[in-house]
Design a protein around this ligand. Structure first.
Ligand code: PLP
Length: 320
């Protein structure tokens, strides 16, 4: 996003008629774009689906001073509208179909290689919504191979929520015919996208790295999030989708126990406290919430506190 905003800034300095930068967003793109536009003093305009994003989730673009349109449609509807609007008005479109975004997002792949001391991991699992990320990761790895920094590239896995899985269905159908879907509500709300703009790029990337597409049901992704959290990760539901993909591939033996695997985590768990609260309160319809860890209510007397503590400690005692 910094690359894109720098580019817009230089266009404006050259008196090019760019009145602002706009995007359709399920949240995170709008958070980043509005922040960098605020620091560059460029108007930012957000097309966000109404009633699908809570005020807590909207707070970043609002606080950053963006002009936020809350539109009575879903992400795909917002994307369509901003396409039409930017054809009429000189608003610079910042969604991930913009090649500046994709080129810049390649750095994520380079950082992975650098952090692994240029040893190529066997697998990298990336979430898929609008499908810019998966393509950018591929491009980054491919570029490093072309430059001779590494001698191969990892196999990529694109992980989707089963409630918004057009790429998964396309993959399962042997890449026969792409059909956009109506994306249903998912706890992984940032990837609730049924008609991804970078579909062709994603397919190109996956075909060129022997890639795989996996999906996660709502219960699976929430369980995965809770399990990861219990090891202190405090992840977001999207990362739960990616971890579910890993668990499924490990279970089926596609991903081996000694394979080096990177799971990309894309948002902070603190943005998703409500879904964690609902999960740990066992308050999600049709979900067993197997790893819920609700607080134990106890009356304020020594005996009662000792009783619950002993019961807990007994359950934790090592079994010899
Ligand atoms: C938190 C989060 N994870 C994953 C993604 C998926 O990236 P892409 O839309 O490029 O597939 C997004 C996209 O907005 C996101 O916000």
């Amino acid at each position: 996003m910094t690359v894109l905003v720098i580019q817009v800034n230089s266009l404006r300095k050259k008196n090019k008629p760019v009145v602002g930068v706009g995007c359709a967003s399920t949240r995170d793109t709008s958070a980043a774009l509005s922040a960098y536009c605020a620091s560059a003093n460029i108007p930012s305009i957000m097309f966000l689906p109404a009633n699908k994003i809570s005020m807590a989730q909207l707070v970043q673009p609002i606080a950053n001073g963006a002009f936020v349109l809350s539109i009575d449609t879903d992400f795909d509807g917002c994307m369509q509208l901003i396409w039409e609007v930017t054809a009429e008005l000189p608003i610079y479109l910042a969604n991930s179909l913009n090649s500046l975004r994709l080129e810049a997002q390649k750095t994520a792949a380079i950082e992975i290689l650098q952090q692994f001391d240029w040893e190529v991991p066997d697998w990298v699992i990336v979430l898929g919504g609008n499908l810019g990320n998966i393509y950018a990761f591929y491009k980054g790895f491919h570029m490093c191979k072309e430059l001779g920094l590494v001698d191969r590239i990892p196999r990529l896995v694109c992980a989707q929520a089963a409630n918004a899985n057009p790429l998964y269905l396309y993959y399962k159908a042997g890449w026969k015919e792409f059909k956009p879907v109506k994306a249903n509500t998912t706890f992984a709300s940032a990837i609730q996208i049924g008609d991804p703009v970078s579909i062709d790029r994603a397919v190109y990337a996956l075909k060129n790295c022997d890639g795989i597409v996996e999906e996660a049901m709502e219960e699976e992704l929430m369980d995965a999030m809770a399990q990861a959290d219990s090891t202190r990760m405090f992840i977001c539901p999207h990362t739960g989708v990616a971890l579910t993909a890993l668990m499924k591939l490990r279970k089926s033996g596609v991903n081996g126990a000694n394979d080096r695997t990177v799971v990309v985590s894309t948002a902070h768990g603190l943005k998703f406290t409500q879904s964690k609260i609902d999960y740990h309160s066992n308050d999600i319809k049709d979900m067993a919430c197997r790893f819920a860890n609700p607080p134990v209510s106890v009356s304020a007397d020594f005996g009662s506190v000792m009783d619950v503590l002993k019961k807990y400690l007994l359950s934790k005692a090592p079994k010899y």
